[in-house]
Design a protein around this ligand. Structure first.
Ligand code: SAH
Length: 424
């Protein structure tokens, strides 16, 4: 048995290799294949089969059940289901049988632990074949199936009895669910070369992709053939989050995508609010709209800055206004996301008016629409001259602080008032 890392988790793997090994081919890379499977396959020439510890065998036994009967039952069940005994991770039974010699010895010979559960716990597991006999004997209507299913998973072999008469042992086989993975992937503002290599890797790794239809279209060509795509329209955010987490909990590698950075006014928080600790989570940062726009405008974010969403769909306007006011008073550069839509047109003028209470009318304001997309446009204007009608939901608006200047057509916020003196 050897140790290996599977998705970062150490696992014990058993290897079966065709023996003797054929001579190593020269300059023939890729001629050896490693298969990782719990299925009963024989390694072919130049092939190694690694056995992941995926199977749990639930066992029940009457007092004095012989080890040979238990082993014959377990091995027969695995063989008939086309499963390898080398992938058995554990035998599982009820506490009352923890010292049952036939089970203890069977586990020892298989080289796996005998794990036991209380009758009460087992009784709560939903099983296809409950019966009265174990209920009378140990207090649960199922031992083999319930013990095998304790950790969840797929029942591959329902309860069966040994062939001996009288039968003194039962068993059931479950494949444990793989640990799922949820990657929350930011796609960047639009341009393919602003999508990070890491985001690309995660998209390629995904077995399930969850996202808004327009973003899915943006990266469909990067997916592996066979990736299941679950796309939905605008607004179905909570459903998307729930779907992504549910798929990960089923053992899938899920990529949940969002434009810009998926953690900025996007899917990461609703998804992680749903996610329990039984899945792995990986966040892949993306270039958020404020940064993409900043690079187009010049250097507007050179000093302290804040992003404020003007969408009052999920946030009461009072809260938004309080934050705009705080930014105004603190002389912080502000980037407005979700600045204006057809049905939401008074918030931007109101927010600009609050900033204007603390900043000059000539304060530079950058308006960037569709940053890094085919129809990108940008304009540099001022607090007094900005026409809100030029702003829509594809736009971010960055308002400078009292030190921000327009220099050679670019928006520049100095790094600080003393910075240049500090530099040697
Ligand atoms: N997660 C995204 C933001 C989602 S909120 C990100 O990190 O960028 C949606 C708002 O983001 C839009 O209303 C718009 O204000 C802004 N936005 C997103 N992409 C943009 C782009 N390419 N150009 C300009 N604004 C953009």
């Amino acid at each position: 048995m050897s140790r290996a890392l599977l998705d970062g988790e150490p696992v014990a793997l058993r290897a079966e290799v065709a023996w003797p090994l054929p001579p190593l081919p020269v300059a023939d890379e890729g001629a050896y294949t490693i298969r990782v499977t719990d299925r009963l396959v024989e390694p072919g020439e130049r092939e190694a089969v690694l056995r992941p510890p995926t199977l749990v065998v639930g066992v029940g036994a009457s007092k004095g059940a012989p080890v040979d009967e238990v082993l014959a039952l377990v091995e027969g069940a695995l063989r008939e289901a086309g499963l390898s005994a080398a992938s058995v991770a554990e035998l599982a039974t009820v506490d009352a049988k923890a010292g049952e010699e036939g089970l203890v010895e069977a586990a020892r010979r298989l080289g796996v632990p005998l794990v036991t559960y209380g009758a009460g716990e087992l009784a709560r597991v939903d099983v296809p074949n409950p019966s009265d006999a174990p209920l009378a004997a140990v207090g649960t209507p199922s031992v083999a199936e319930a013990a095998a299913l304790m950790g969840g998973g797929e029942l591959l072999v329902p309860k069966r009895k040994s062939a001996a008469r009288p039968a003194m042992a039962t068993c059931a086989v479950v494949r444990r669910p793989g640990r799922g993975r949820l990657a929350v992937v930011g796609l960047g503002p639009g341009a393919r070369d602003l999508l990070t290599p890491r985001a690309k890797d995660e998209l390629r790794r995904a077995s399930v992709l969850v996202g808004l239809d327009q973003y899915v279209d943006q990266i469909r060509d990067l997916l592996r053939p066979g990736t299941r795509v679950l796309e939905s329209g605008l607004g179905a955010e909570e459903e998307r989050a729930r779907t992504a987490v549910a798929e990960a909990r089923r053992g899938q590698a899920v990529a949940l995508i969002g434009s810009g950075d998926a953690g900025v006014y996007a899917m990461a928080s609703p998804a992680l609010a749903e996610a329990s600790d039984d899945i792995d989570v990986a966040g892949v940062p993306g270039v958020t709209a404020a940064l993409a726009a900043g690079a187009i405008l010049g250097a507007p974010l050179g000093h302290d800055h804040v992003s404020i969403s003007l969408s009052d769909l999920h946030t009461p306007w009072e809260v938004i206004e309080r934050r705009v006011r705080a930014a105004a008073e603190a002389d912080i550069v502000v980037t407005f996301y979700n600045p204006r839509s057809r049905g939401r047109d008074w918030q931007l003028p109101k927010a600009l008016a609050i900033l204007a209470e603390h900043r000059e009318p000539a304060t530079p304001v950058g308006v960037v629409r569709n940053a890094s997309r085919a129809d990108e446009s940008s304009r540099l204007t001022t607090l007094a001259a900005l026409d809100p009608a030029t702003v829509d939901m594809m736009t971010v608006v960055t308002v400078g602080n009292t030190a921000t200047r327009e220099i050679a057509g670019r928006m520049v916020t100095p790094r600080g008032y003393r910075w240049q003196e500090e530099t040697p």
